[in-house]
Design a protein around this ligand. Structure first.
Ligand SMILES: NC(=O)c1ccc[n+]([C@@H]2O[C@H](COP(=O)([O-])OP(=O)(O)OC[C@H]3O[C@@H](n4cnc5c(N)ncnc54)[C@H](OP(=O)(O)O)[C@@H]3O)[C@@H](O)[C@H]2O)c1
Length: 253
């Protein structure tokens, strides 16, 4: 694991939660204090990127997009014939391949829920699937092979949206607290609603979930009515559309 920031750590923790031996996860990070943290968590650490890459079968690059080129160059000589997976947003396969041309290069786009093995990871290129890469990320949650264009879209819709879902959760939490629900009860109840409905959406249409909660003239229909008449859903769609346009601009420049 090259880079042990928020995502590198989340992946490493998810792997270890799935009983993958911590000693088999070799971590390198530029920051000595981060390496020390990795070591305290039980992961094997390495003094350099090239030494970590030399010992590894699969190298996962989990540094910020602006640091990817430098990170890849730091171990390029050690990964001939090996699998290298970048989880960086924005950096295209052809750029990665130009830096480590003798490696089998993949891109993965996980989200932060990999830490508890409930993540979603998009993998590319779909026309060159790799069992080992798939196995690593399948341990961390759901996996789908997609083309690179879709992976770039999912960077927005799967990797970034946990932040906005957390904000939605917070809006519910604050409203429950305003109404007087005890804090620990509100947290538990709302988190469980998000988890339960999240799981239901995989099985049922959204309209069917909504309609099975509404009673004519009851409580839920009042919330739904205000949700639409206040324009809350439309606003959210507009927020996502505008932010996606900005993201597309970043992607293409
Ligand atoms: N956060 C997410 O939810 C998420 C989801 C999907 C994908 N990603 C992608 O994951 C990547 C990492 O994101 P993050 O949020 O985990 O970032 P982060 O918290 O900043 O972690 C990156 C870590 O890598 C270190 N680093 C930088 N250059 C290095 C090098 N050459 N060799 C070794 N370590 C190096 C950084 O040190 P310094 O702090 O000194 O730079 C930092 O500790 C990004 O490319 C992002 O696009 C993130």
């Amino acid at each position: 694991m090259i880079g042990f920031g928020r995502m590198g750590k989340a992946i490493a923790l998810g792997l270890s939660r799935a009983n993958i031996d911590k000693e088999s996860i070799i971590v390198y990070d530029m920051l000595p204090e981060v390496l020390e943290e990795a070591s305290k968590l039980g992961f094997k650490t390495s003094e350099s990127a090239s030494s970590a890459a030399r010992q590894a079968d699969v190298v996962i690059v989990a540094v910020k997009p602006g640091d990817v080129e430098k990170a890849l160059k730091s171990f390029a000589d050690e990964v001939s014939g090996k699998v290298v997976v970048s989880i960086a947003a924005l950096i295209k396969l052809k750029v990665l391949e130009s830096i480590v041309p003798k490696s089998m290069v993949y891109r993965a786009m996980p989200n932060i829920a990999v830490e508890i093995n409930k993540g979603f990871t998009a993998l590319t290129p779909a026309e060159r699937k790799n069992d080992v890469v798939e196995k690593v990320f399948r341990v961390l949650g759901e996996v789908m092979w997609v083309n690179e264009k879709v992976l770039d879209m999912l960077t927005f819709f799967s990797a970034s949206t946990p932040a906005i879902v957390a904000e939605l959760y917070d809006a519910f939490l604050l409203s429950a607290l305003k109404a007087g629900v005890p804090y620990h009860v509100a947290r538990k109840a709302i988190a469980t609603v998000f988890q339960g409905v999240g799981a239901l959406t995989a099985l049922k249409e959204v309209s069917s979930i909504r309609d099975s909660v509404i009673t004519p003239g009851g409580v839920t229909i009042r919330i739904i009515e205000k949700f639409y008449t206040y324009g809350a859903k439309q606003k959210l769609i507009e927020v996502l559309r505008d932010a996606y346009e900005e993201y597309e601009h970043m992607l293409n420049n």
